[in-house]
Design a protein around this ligand. Structure first.
Ligand code: SAM
Length: 291
């Protein structure tokens, strides 16, 4: 069944009485070249287990199942159950788990389902209403996966893959960089989807790091500081950190000075190393009562 074909999808929908839910970010791929490229790029092979998020009618699931040892696809929309039963019936190595990816116990699921796989990867065309929360959830859960290959909105791809310390970087850039090396793989036009979204998309790859790029003494503190630093992008660091962390500016200026950072600097100008060092120093100064 050519699941990338709009006529096939319409016929499937009509037979099962299904209609798109915009609320669930249901833009289904109807470009024949995208899913094979994604399946190839994610590294799915005979020893690989693949976790997919949001299979829709299974257009990517099929391409993953042709290559991987096992595919587990998590889908929130139970109305898709009869459609997926039909489209995935030739693929015994594909399993659909119905539930919200934000609520499932993913570590337990992966341990259980991919016991006999040498490597586990994530591959998905993500629902755009919840891209960053899903990515952060996957990364923060420290899943035993080596790579995350996902389709996201073009603007999200630019932000996620921007170098930390560049104008395009944000809190999510630094947070993702802490866990992974992000790289944009290729662009996908809005016309590749049914219905077409308002913006173009891109496929990105996150290679999971074995350890953070720079030492961080207290992860929770680091993420809190990053969030505060980028929350008001136009503010200088003392102003942003004072507002976001409730710390006095005089103490913040002393800490910035110790780190060799100008009091007029903004978060977007700091490298990953500088952000990590600043979090470590600020935590130490705060603990010592010096902020
Ligand atoms: N993989 C299909 C494709 O490429 O055509 C569909 C991708 S569509 C952009 C996103 C899919 O994610 C939809 O099937 C939607 O129902 C599902 N979805 C949305 N929110 C979800 C959630 N919180 N957990 C799991 N699946 C979700």
């Amino acid at each position: 069944m050519d699941l990338w074909n709009a006529a096939t999808i319409r016929d499937l929908f009509a037979r099962h009485g299904f209609s798109f839910s915009g609320k669930l970010g249901q833009n289904f791929l109807v470009n024949p070249s995208v899913c094979p490229r994604m399946a190839q790029a994610c590294g799915a092979g005979p020893e690989t287990g693949v976790l997919e998020i949001g299979p829709g009618v299974g257009v990517l699931t099929v391409e993953l199942s042709k290559r991987a040892k096992k595919v587990v696809a998590v889908e929130i929309d139970r109305r898709l159950k009869p459609l997926l039963k039909e489209t995935l019936s030739p693929y015994e190595n594909a399993e659909v788990v119905f539930g919200d990816v934000m609520e499932l116990e993913l570590n337990a699921l992966l341990r259980e389902r991919f016991l006999d796989c040498k490597e586990v990867v994530v591959c998905a065309n993500l629902p755009y209403y919840i891209t960053s929360p899903i990515l952060m959830h996957l990364l923060e859960s420290r899943l035993p996966v080596s790579r995350v290959t996902v389709m996201v909105q073009k603007e999200a791809a630019a932000r996620l893959c921007a170098p930390v310390g560049s104008r395009e970087s944000g809190a999510v850039t630094a947070a993702v960089n802490y866990y992974a090396r992000a790289e944009k793989l290729f662009s996908v036009s809005a016309g590749s989807f049914l219905p077409p979204p308002k913006v173009d998309s891109a496929v990105i790859s996150l290679e999971i790091r074995e350890k953070p790029p720079f030492p961080v003494d207290d992860e929770a503190y680091f993420f809190r500081m990053v969030k505060a630093a980028f929350a008001q992008r136009r503010k200088t660091l003392p102003n942003a950190l004072s507002a976001g962390m409730g710390l006095p500016k005089a103490g913040l200026n002393r800490t910035l000075d110790r780190c060799g950072i100008s009091p007029t600097a903004r978060a977007e100008s700091l490298s990953m190393e500088a952000l990590c060092e600043l979090a470590n120093q600020l935590k130490r100064d705060q603990s010592a009562g010096g902020v």
